[in-house]
Design a protein around this ligand. Structure first.
Ligand code: PEP
Ligand code: MG
Length: 314
């Protein structure tokens, strides 16, 4: 059966109005989600959250167990990019076999890459399993570390990943310190992926799990977007791809702003792909950049949103 124009657009690769490709990828947490992402036109995976596979595990998973999981994910995306994140343990995602003990402020504790580095055998096993999974499939595997603080941690991760056979190694930008050093970081890794959920939490100093401060958790805030711009500029100067994989990428108008700030790909919950794809098709990169410039001048998240809604490409 022929597809209608609408159905065709729903599955076409992401692009801007002048045809410039803007890959749209899926955020996934298990191999069971892969089929739906493919059905909704994901061009690959921009964030595979590995910690969800092991939330109930009391002992660290073996290399063989992990390799089987990762192989089934990569096999669902033949010839496409799959970005896998190393275990992001701590705070909102506790893992029994990877934690820093009782912490008063777990969001500021031994989490993400910090926890992996303190348990390097776990990180080595995961990277080994991932390299093995890539060899078993035709997907293009990119591997990134969560909650990376600075250049030294970037170098540590990239070196270890390469030693264990990972070909493309990057870092998540979700801590303001890393964003502020993005010019140096972008030269030391193969790609950067912005996690706007944590980047917002840490920029606004408001716990993303705490209802009483939920109104601060707004990625439209110009303070957050100014950090995104630093990362986008750094990626552009270094020739390093900059993706966005936080929830912000699933808000169609904010997705356009992120492209205007330099994002080269967007990753989101698969259900958002259709609307984001349609919105991007309304803008050229130059128009998105103009929109972003206006939004950066706003004084609040609410004003930023209002400016974006009133923006016309004419
Ligand atoms: C983020 O922080 O934006 C992110 C994508 O990671 P998570 O939501 O899993 O912390
Ligand atoms: Mg995060």
């Amino acid at each position: 059966a022929r597809l209608s124009r609408e159905q065709y657009l729903d599955l076409a690769p992401g692009a801007l109005r002048d045809g410039e490709p803007l890959p749209l990828l899926a955020n996934l947490g298990s191999s069971a989600d892969c089929a739906q992402a493919v059905r909704l036109g994901a061009e690959g995976v921009g964030l595979f959250r590995t910690e969800f596979l092991f939330l109930d595990s009391t002992a660290a998973p073996t290399v063989a167990e992990q390799q089987a999981h990762y192989t089934s994910v990569l096999a669902a995306f033949p010839g496409q990019k799959v970005v896998v994140r190393c275990l992001d343990a701590g705070a909102d995602k506790p893992l029994k076999f990877l934690h820093g003990g009782l912490e008063e402020n777990p969001a500021l504790g031994l989490r993400g890459l910090r926890a992996l580095r303190a348990n390097e055998a776990v990180l080595r096993d995961q990277l080994t399993a991932l390299a093995g999974a890539e060899r078993a499939t035709s997907a293009e595997l990119w591997v990134m570390a969560p909650m990376v603080t600075d250049l030294a941690e970037t170098r540590y991760f990239v070196e270890l990943a390469r030693e264990l056979g990972i070909r493309v190694a990057g870092v998540m930008a979700e801590i303001p310190a890393l964003a502020l050093m993005a010019d140096q970081v972008a030269l030391a890794c193969d790609f950067v992926s912005i996690g706007t959920n944590d980047l917002t939490q840490y920029t606004m100093a408001a716990d993303r799990m705490l209802g009483s401060v939920a109104s601060y958790q707004d990625p439209w805030h110009p303070a957050v977007l100014r950090l995104v711009k630093l990362i986008g500029n750094a990626g552009h100067s270094a020739g390093t791809p900059v993706g966005v994989c936080g929830e912000a990428a699933s808000d169609p108008l904010l997705a356009v702003v992120l492209v205007g700030l330099g994002a080269t790909s967007l990753s989101m919950t698969p259900a958002a792909l259709v609307d984001v794809r349609a919105e991007l098709l309304r803008f050229t990169r130059a128009e998105a950049a103009r929109l972003a410039t206006q939004v950066l001048g706003a004084s609040s998240a609410a004003e930023a949103r209002a400016l974006a809604q009133a923006f016309t490409t004419a």
